[in-house]
Design a protein around this ligand. Structure first.
Ligand SMILES: [Zn+2]
Length: 278
C-alpha cells in the first residue's frame, strides 16, 4: 500500500526529498541527524512508494490539527517518551562519502563532534553541581549557587593540588568509568570502565563512596574518627560524592580549621591512587 504523508512543514519535505545528499554527507549538515537518519531508513524499508504533500498549518485540517494537539500534549509530559530510533544494520548509513567531502563539510563535522562532547561533559558537570546542592541543602538547609560552589573549590585553605582535584572531579575530567567506553577505545582498555571487585561502573562516585574493594570502608572509618576529634558540630556520616565535592562549603560553615580538610585529603589520596594506576 502506498503511503501519503501530509505535513505543514516545507522544511521537512525539502530535507527528506534531498535524502541522497544527506546520506552522502553522513548527515553532517542535517538538523536532528539521528531523527532524519531514522526517518529516511524507515522510508527505505517500505516496500512501496512514499509520497509527501504540503498542507497549510492551523487551517482546520483534521489530522494536522490532531497532530498539533498531540505535540502540545507531549510538551507537557514530565517524562519524555521513549522513541526507538534504532536502525536495521543494513540501513545504518554512517560517515560521509569521501567524494562528497569538502574542507568546509569536514570542519563542520569536527565542530559537531566537539559540540556533542562538550554537551555531554557540561551535562555531567551539571549533575555534580546538583549533587553538591542537594547535600548542602540536606546539611545546612540552603541551596548554594553554582558560583558559590566554584568559589568554594578555590578556597585558599585548600592546597593547590586539592583545588585541582576538586575542579577536575566536578568536571568529570578523571579517566574513570565510562571515559573508557568512548567510540574507538581498544577493547582491553574498555574493560577499565568496570570495577572488577564489584562489577559496577568504576567512576569517581563508585571509587570514593561505594567500592567494596579492601580499604574503602577502612578509610572512611578513619576519616570519621578524625572528624570526631575535631569536635565538629556536624554529625559524621558516610560521605556521598556531593558531600566530598561540596566540602569547601562545609569548610565555610565550620570555620577554616573545620574537619573537611582531613576528609578531603583522605578522599583525594585514595582517588589519586586509583586514578593513577587504572
Ligand atoms: Zn568497586
Amino acid at each position: 500500500m502506498e503511503l501519503l504523508l501530509k505535513t505543514d512543514s516545507r522544511f521537512v519535505i525539502n530535507i527528506l526529498k534531498n535524502h541522497r545528499k544527506l546520506e552522502d554527507e553522513g548527515y553532517i549538515s542535517s538538523p536532528h541527524p539521528q531523527l532524519m537518519r531514522s526517518t529516511i531508513a524507515s522510508f527505505r524499508m517500505r516496500p512501496t512508494q512514499t509520497y509527501m504533500k504540503w498542507v497549510r498549518g492551523h487551517n482546520g485540517h483534521e489530522r494536522n490539527e490532531g497532530a498539533d494537539r498531540l505535540a502540545s500534549e507531549a510538551t507537557k509530559k514530565e517524562k519524555a517518551s521513549f522513541v526507538n530510533l534504532g536502525l536495521p544494520r543494513e540501513l545504518n548509513v554512517t560517515g560521509a562519502k569521501l567524494s562528497t567531502m569538502t574542507q568546509a563539510l569536514a570542519y563542520k563535522a569536527i565542530m559537531a563532534m566537539k559540540a556533542k562532547d562538550d554537551d555531554m561533559y557540561r551535562r555531567r558537570t551539571d549533575i555534580n553541581l546538583m549533587r553538591i546542592k542537594n547535600c548542602v541543602e540536606d546539611l545546612f538547609g540552603y541551596v548554594p549557587t553554582s558560583e558559590a560552589i566554584w568559589k568554594s573549590i578555590r578556597n585558599k585553605d585548600f592546597e593547590l593540588k586539592i583545588q585541582i582535584f576538586m575542579w577536575k572531579a566536578c568536571h568529570y575530567a578523571f579517566w574513570t568509568g565510562t571515559h573508557w567506553t568512548i567510540p574507538g577505545m581498544k577493547a582491553e582498555l574498555q574493560e577499565r570502565a568496570i570495577c572488577h571487585s564489584c562489577d559496577q561502573i568504576d567512576d569517581l562516585n563508585h571509587i570514593l563512596t561505594k567500592c567494596e574493594s579492601p580499604g574503602q570502608a577502612l578509610i572512611w572509618e578513619l576519616a570519621g574518627k578524625l572528624w570526631d576529634k575535631k569536635s565538629s558540630n556536624i554529625q559524621w556520616r558516610e560521605p556521598t560524592i556531593g558531600d566530598i565535592l561540596g566540602c569547601g562549603l562545609v569548610l565555610g560553615a565550620c570555620g577554616s580549621s573545620g574537619p573537611s580538610i582531613p576528609l578531603l585529603t583522605v578522599s583525594s589520596l585514595r582517588c589519586a591512587v586509583r586514578v593513577k594506576f587504572v
